[in-house]
Design a protein around this ligand. Sequence first.
Ligand SMILES: [Zn+2]
Length: 66
Amino acid sequence: MRDTDQALQGMYRCPVCGHRDSAVIDARGTTHRISCSYCDTQLDVTVRNPGTVLLSAQLAENPMQS
Ligand SMILES: [Zn+2]
């Protein structure tokens, strides 16, 4: 079993501040909630295609209150 079977490191671009960073997500799912490492905005990222490291990021529809 390879580590990459479940964890995927991808690149996202924050739609709010334009910051680019990497995020490690669960490759088994399709949409993942992350927070921008720069502006801390909650984002929903989607894996565009299996095997690619490019993630599509958009504002989270229902941000969780911390
Ligand atoms: Zn940001």
